[in-house]
Structures are given as C-alpha cells and as structure tokens.
Design a protein around this ligand. Structure first.
Ligand SMILES: [Zn+2]
Length: 413
C-alpha cells in the first residue's frame, strides 16, 4: 500500500466526505449526501474509494427510517498514523497518533533547545524512529510529521523567524532537514495553533463552533478555529495573545512590543514574582538560578492548589491577566468556547479555568447574546504535539493540497 493511492481525481470531495465520517463517528451514505449536497452516486463512488484505500469501514446498520436500515460508515483508525513533535524551550514531546487523532505512543526528553539544531534534529529523528518501532506502527502507514514550536515562523519555508532558544535556530531549515533524516513529509506550524485544531479532530467540539485556544507552556500563544479550519491571517502568525500589549508604558518584550501579556501572566513572570515575595522562595524550595522555569512554576501552582495564600494570589493574578486576553479574543472573534491547553495549565488548571470564566462572563462584549464557555483541553499537556500530528493528518487527508516538506532520506553513513 502506498499513501499516494489515497489521492483521487477529486481530493477535495474525498477530504470533505472523510472529514464528515470522522466527525460523525458513524454515518450513512444518505446522511453524507444530505450533509454535502452531493448526489448519491457521487457519494457511493467516493465512499467506495475510501473503503478501497482502507480509510473507511462499513460498521453495521443504523436505525431504519421506514425502509431497509442504512449501512453506516466509520473511520478505520488503524489505516494511517501521524507523528507530532513539539519543540519547547525545555522539553521535546513526541507522539504517534492514529487516524482518529488518538495517541498510540508518546515520549519526551529534555535538552533539545539548549543544543544547536544540527545536534538536536538527529536526536529528534532517532527518537521518532524508536517510538514508531516500539509502537509497531507500519512505516508505510505514517503520513508524516507535524513539527510544532513557537513563532514567529515562515511556515511555507519551514523555518523559525526567532533567535530563540539560541541564534542558531533563526532561519535554520528545520522542516526540510528533519524530513531528509526521516524520509517522511514534515510540516512546521505554531504550537498553539496546533493545540487548537487538535480539539476539533478529536471530536470534542461541535464542528459548527467558533472557538479559541489559549496555550501556555513557557510562553503564551493562541489559535482560533472557524468551521474546522484554523484562522491563518496573512502569514499564519495569528492570535499571538502572549504578545498583545496590556501596558503601553510596560517594558520592551523580546518581540519588540511593549508591556506584553506574557511578561505579566506567563510562567516566567509568576516565578519572578514568587522569588521577590518574602518567604516564598524558602517555603517552596524555589531555585533562583533554575534554567527550567516550568519546574519552578509547577511548584508555585501546586502550592496554590494546596492553599498557600501567597502562591494562590500569584496564580490568580496570572489567571486574571489571561482572562483579559480571553476577553480580547472573544471580542475580536465572537467565540462560543475557549479551550485552555498546554503544560502550564496542568497543575492549577481549575484555578485558571474558574478565574478566566469569571472574567469572560463579566466582560465579554457579546455576553448577552450567547454564553462563552472556558474548558480544559482533552489533550492537556500534550495538546500541541497531538495537534501537530493532527495538522499532518488534516493536510494529507482532507485539504487536498498538502503543504509540507518532503525530502528523500540521506543515506546512513
Ligand atoms: Zn511580546
């Protein structure tokens, strides 16, 4: 079997039908025709192709509406796989997901961001190969790799446009080099955007919902999904809510803006405030010289959960600032739902959810027109890596115009 066999003369129609089957979990040909506006013969032909490619299975019969009960279609989750890689400042997370976006294998390790990319990428490639072998996933069924990281990025070129974590990463051909090492297509995308689309593919949000995602790891990002598609803007560097100004007289941020939200609400800000709060450093055994900010932040979040009043004040202050960003998002995009994703919500997620929901209820412009719910991501800390894998599935299977780097593997020396 080859992946190219999944492409027919009408990839867009195939993509649309496949996406409907995925979203519905089980759906009949008649329902597909009604949902797409296509004729029954066209639907039958497309479904026949999808079954022949192994992407779709017949899954028993539905309820009768008078005549013979209709045959239901469902996705075959084991038909294809995809790999998601999240490169963060402190951690690299790798997941393998099935066609339904469900993780079947996962690993994580430290250190990649402190290395130059020439050293980090071979390590990432080796870990991907090992994970695919451990999960016993047939490599022919792997559609590719969604590599996600922070922005700004040139998504089409597959390069980061930021000298972080070190200057060697700026402009380095990340996607192309990783593709060459693996012999698999690789796309580069924003971690927060990936986290946002992952929720859609995993079926946790209504496909008609316009929703936003606030993603917090070391930094803060966001994504907005409209009718199952990421809102891309002109260069896919959208919804950078960590870098909206909340103080025009604030300090200059690394991004060039003044008084960015990240400097008030992000883990680095919370840790900085904790270190200057009398007694807290000793009480929580914080390390003022620590490079791994997330570990220090996690201590503060855990103390807030356990009822430490000073830690709780710091986390609630961070949450109120994020609430301000959430209100900005709802005002700009008229959202129904805000998903909180990423490792920095893992410990004190309930405090964040409660405070952000309060701010949204109190301050959103359209609050009298419809409610806006604030919910945790189904994928939690791994939302970006899973979302990266989902972006590759979506790009290959439902868009009909894959946008990624594909290189032939470099022979092993
Ligand atoms: Zn900024």
């Amino acid at each position: 079997m080859t992946v190219s066999s999944t492409w027919s003369s009408r990839p867009k129609t195939r993509g649309m039908v496949l996406d409907l089957i995925r979203a519905a979990r089980a759906i009949s040909r008649v329902e597909l025709a009604a949902a797409t506006g296509l004729t029954q013969p066209t639907i039958s032909e497309v479904v026949r192709d999808l079954i022949a490619d192994g992407l779709v299975l017949e899954a028993g019969r539905g309820a009768s509406t008078g005549g013979k009960p209709p045959v239901l279609m469902q996705l075959n989750p084991q038909a294809r796989y995809s790999v998601g890689v999240q490169l963060e400042r402190n951690t690299c997370v790798i997941v393998v997901v099935d066609l339904a976006g469900r993780p079947v294998a996962r690993t994580s390790f430290h250190g990649t961001a402190s290395m130059p990319p020439e050293q980090a990428l071979p390590m990432v490639a080796a870990q991907i190969n090992a994970l695919l072998a451990t999960a016993a996933v047939d490599r022919d069924k792997v559609l590719g790799v969604g590599l996600v990281s922070y922005g700004p990025q040139d998504r089409a070129a597959g390069v980061l446009l930021t000298p972080q974590p070190t200057t060697q990463w700026l402009g380095y051909p990340l996607a192309q080099q990783l593709s060459q090492r693996l012999g698999l297509p690789v796309l580069l995308d924003n971690d927060a955007a990936a986290a946002a689309i992952g929720e859609y593919w995993l079926g946790t949000v209504d496909p008609r919902t316009t929703y936003g995602c606030i993603y917090m790891a070391t930094g803060i990002g966001g994504g907005v999904v409209v009718a199952g598609e990421l809102y891309r803007g002109s260069s896919s560097n959208t919804v950078e809510i960590g870098h909206i100004s909340i103080d025009v007289n604030g300090d200059e941020c690394t991004c060039g803006n003044l008084g960015c939200l990240e400097g008030y609400a992000g883990p680095s800000a919370v840790v900085r405030q904790a270190l200057t709060t009398p007694g807290l450093t000793q009480r929580l055994s914080l390390d003022p010289t620590a490079q791994d900010l997330l570990t220090e932040f996690t201590r503060i979040a855990a103390a807030a959960n356990a009822g430490d009043p000073q830690a709780r004040t710091l986390i609630e202050t961070s949450a109120r600032h994020l609430g301000c960003a959430a209100v900005t998002l709802t005002c700009m995009f008229d959202l129904d739902l805000i998903v909180l994703a990423g490792p920095s919500f893992a410990v004190a997620g309930t405090i964040y959810q409660t405070v952000i929901q309060q701010e949204v209820d109190r301050r959103t412009f359209a609050r009298h027109a419809h409610p806006v719910r604030v919910v945790p991501s189904i994928s939690g800390s791994d939302a970006a890596a899973i979302g990266g894998a989902v972006l590759m599935l979506q790009s290959q299977l439902t868009h009909g115009s894959p946008r990624h780097h594909r290189s032939t593997p470099t022979p092993t020396k």
